[in-house]
Design a protein around this ligand. Structure first.
Ligand SMILES: [Zn+2]
Length: 65
């Protein structure tokens, strides 16, 4: 196994880790209601995925239970 010859300095470690940032979540537009939606997820507004209704829309969800 390859082994580093020299111990990496705290500065170098810190400089590398300074590039680690959290990325913004990917957001696409729902083809049905054009609201922002996470790709490959059921739309939380109209409850559709790939052109068909999968779950009841959130507006109708209130009142249950
Ligand atoms: Zn939608």
């Amino acid at each position: 196994m390859a082994v580093p010859k020299k111990k990496q300095s705290h500065s170098r470690t810190s400089l590398r880790r300074a590039q680690h940032k959290i990325a913004l979540p990917a957001v696409n537009e729902c083809p049905r209601c054009h609201s922002p939606r996470i790709p490959h997820r059921v739309c939380p507004v109209c409850g559709t995925y790939a052109g068909r209704e999968v779950v009841a829309a959130q507006a109708h969800e209130h009142g249950h239970e």
